[in-house]
Design a protein around this ligand. Structure first.
Ligand SMILES: [Zn+2]
Length: 233
């Protein structure tokens, strides 16, 4: 019945690719296959010593770092992430998680995770937006990787100014005391993946990693939808 209704509705409101506007085939979600193959994937999960991992040298103790795509201004990835954050397209955020989950699930150490924890939004921002885009990404990863999401594994302590147009040091000063671990008993000796929509300087991640390591986890890895780097494809 639901299938029938869906088909019926799609006669009048066909689902289209967010990027190119072409109609979607039955198995396609959010974007079409041809746009999907145009995504500038980093493949970082297959290269443990990748650029993103190296940005944490001397800053925070992590096991692995990966990002689904490179993220550049004016790119298709920027448009898509914008849709997730500001246009209510939660399901696209979840799709990003499912797509990347397919790639991560068989690759160590991502195959040995106990929990996925999204970087939390400030409560005021969460109230305004109605959802946390990083939590949508986490849900998609969770569905495919069969690893539970621990929503309150990291808590935000105070409001921060916007990170845009700040140097790496200024960003770090801005966030270093912002995060603390929540659900500490559950975190003990666990392998954790922290996820965010975009990683730029890594300052937010760095603060989250410190918070979890201080709480007694076994290992922390990080993953995002996009990574802002000069090293572009
Ligand atoms: Zn398309």
């Amino acid at each position: 019945m639901i299938r029938f209704l869906k088909d019926f509705i799609s006669l009048f409101y066909p689902e289209v690719c967010i990027t190119c506007g072409e109609g979607l085939a039955e198995k396609e979600e959010s974007i079409c296959t041809s746009c999907f193959y145009k995504l500038p994937k980093t493949d970082y999960h297959n290269f443990p010593n990748n650029t993103l991992y190296k940005t944490f040298y001397g800053r925070a103790e992590i096991q692995a770092a990966a990002a689904f795509c490179y993220y550049a201004k004016g790119s298709m990835v920027q448009e898509l992430v914008h849709e997730v954050k500001y246009n209510g397209k939660k399901e696209l955020g979840t799709c990003f998680g499912k797509w990347y989950g397919m790639e991560l699930k068989g690759v160590s150490p991502f195959s040995e995770l106990d929990f996925i924890i999204p970087v939390p939004l400030h409560p005021k921002k969460l109230k305004r937006r109605g959802y946390n885009q990083s939590a949508c990404f986490a849900q998609g990863l969770s569905q495919v990787m069969k690893v539970p999401v621990l929503e309150n594994g990291i808590k935000r302590q105070k409001d921060t100014e916007t990170q845009t147009n700040k140097s790496r040091f200024a960003r770090w000063e801005n966030v270093k005391d912002v995060f603390e671990a929540g659900n500490i008993e559950q975190l003990q000796d666990k392998n954790i993946l922290i996820v965010d929509d975009i990683i730029t300087t890594g300052a937010t991640m760095e603060a989250c990693i410190h918070a979890l390591n201080a709480a007694g986890v076994k290992s922390v890895s990080v993953a995002s939808i996009g990574y802002v780097t000069d090293e572009l494809v």
